[in-house]
Design a protein around this ligand. Structure first.
Ligand SMILES: [Zn+2]
Ligand SMILES: [Zn+2]
Length: 141
């Protein structure tokens, strides 16, 4: 993803958080930037490793706390896997595919499964949030 596009996404997230009356901090900016740059889901430790390279003053507990706040603000969402929470950007609608052998994750664009979820909703009366499909990734297949 182009650098300018990432910057644009960061600005949009910041504007939305501020519009919601929440604070925007250096730690928030650094963490959101890290997640946007990865296009995937990272653990607290992985986010911290990257953030401290540029901001050594931000410790691991701060990263954890800010991720929980961002989750509360619907900026990020949590993908729980084998007991370890992984955080990803929630500003683009997507679902998750997880490999049951190696734990590899991929994002499924929401539009791809929208017809299936609509059909499933019709049958069950359910409304679905984010779904996780378990399977075998290309490397493990
Ligand atoms: Zn996700
Ligand atoms: Zn795999």
């Amino acid at each position: 993803m182009a650098r300018a596009r990432q910057q644009e996404r960061l600005e949009a997230v910041r504007a939305r958080v501020r519009a919601g009356g929440r604070r925007w901090t250096v730690a928030k900016g650094a963490i959101v930037e890290t997640l946007i740059g990865h296009r995937g889901h990272l653990s607290v430790q992985e986010v911290h490793d990257e953030v401290t390279a540029r901001f050594p003053q931000i410790d691991r507990s701060t990263v954890h706390r800010v991720l929980l706040t961002l989750s509360d603000e619907h900026v990020v969402h949590v993908l729980g896997r084998q007991g370890e929470a992984r955080y990803g950007m929630a500003d683009h609608p997507h679902h998750h595919a997880v490999c049951s052998r190696c734990g590899h994750e991929a994002e499924i664009p929401a539009a791809v499964v929208a017809p299936a979820l609509a059909a499933a909703g019709e049958v069950t009366g359910f409304r679905f949030g984010s779904i996780t499909l378990t399977g075998t990734c290309p490397d493990c297949a």
